[in-house]
Design a protein around this ligand. Sequence first.
Ligand code: NAP
Length: 273
Amino acid sequence: SASAGDKPRGAAVSGKPHRRVRYRVISMFELNGQTAIVTGAATGIGEAIARRLAAAGATIAVADLNLPDATTVAGSLNDRSFAVECDVSRRDSIERAVESVLSKTGQIDILVNNAGIAGRAAPIWEQTEEDWNRAIAINLTGVFHFCRLVAPHMLKRKYGRIVHIASIAGKEGNPNMVPYSASKAAVIALTKSLGKEVATSGICVNAVSPAVIHTKILDQLTPAQVAYMTERIPMRRTGTPEEVAAVVHFLASPDCSFVTGQCYDASGGRATY
Ligand code: NAP
């Protein structure tokens, strides 16, 4: 943990020292006493993130459509963590989830917007308006609502870490995944925009863009689509949910204090920027 001490940690625009910190112990991204909401945490990448943040000491609100699985995951984390039913495509459901977490813990230090769908793998002329609206509702509008509801709470406490799970598809644009790619590109832009809005308020907002990670989301795609995406990974392999969770852990921690509005790739080197 860090405390007031001798070394200045950067200077404000005025030239005055911003914060003085002396490290007593290497913190290893400790999250004791913190509450994190992780959406879509009943399985896959979200579950791995929930496990990693819980192991660092956080209380996890496992927010998912699938309440039975969310309850099982929450029960296996620590005795403080709990499940919250939440459909991220519905504003009322997100409102209820945020209220329920605040009524249980009184605080939200970390918000990880992870829930998402790949949607249908098909060329644009075969995608329906319904396909488009569903991908946008779950992958983008849900992120918007969660942020607009949680940000005021974090602003009041002058502390918060928001992490979005975007995708390499949002940077590179995968063929046959127009709604998905567009929704994830928008999440990256949301990250940069919101990061700047709250930059002086103790809140850091960042995104992580995974390439192909072995989870059940891949069942939504054809084997040819998965092969196309995997072949483009320089490391020549798929990633694991735990490899994404490792990046999220830093971005969700107090140690991430001068990094905001960024998109980190967990992609085996795929994106060129
Ligand atoms: P996953 O295994 O399919 O898990 C997604 C979780 O989100 C599931 O528990 C799912 O519940 C839940 N969910 C779906 N729709 C929801 C909704 N409307 N409200 C609340 N929860 C909902 O997917 P994943 O691979 O872990 O993906 C997690 C995130 O990583 C997504 O945003 C995805 O786009 C992103 N990502 C994944 C990959 C990859 O290759 N896996 C690559 C890049 C980015 P149900 O099981 O009930 O549907």
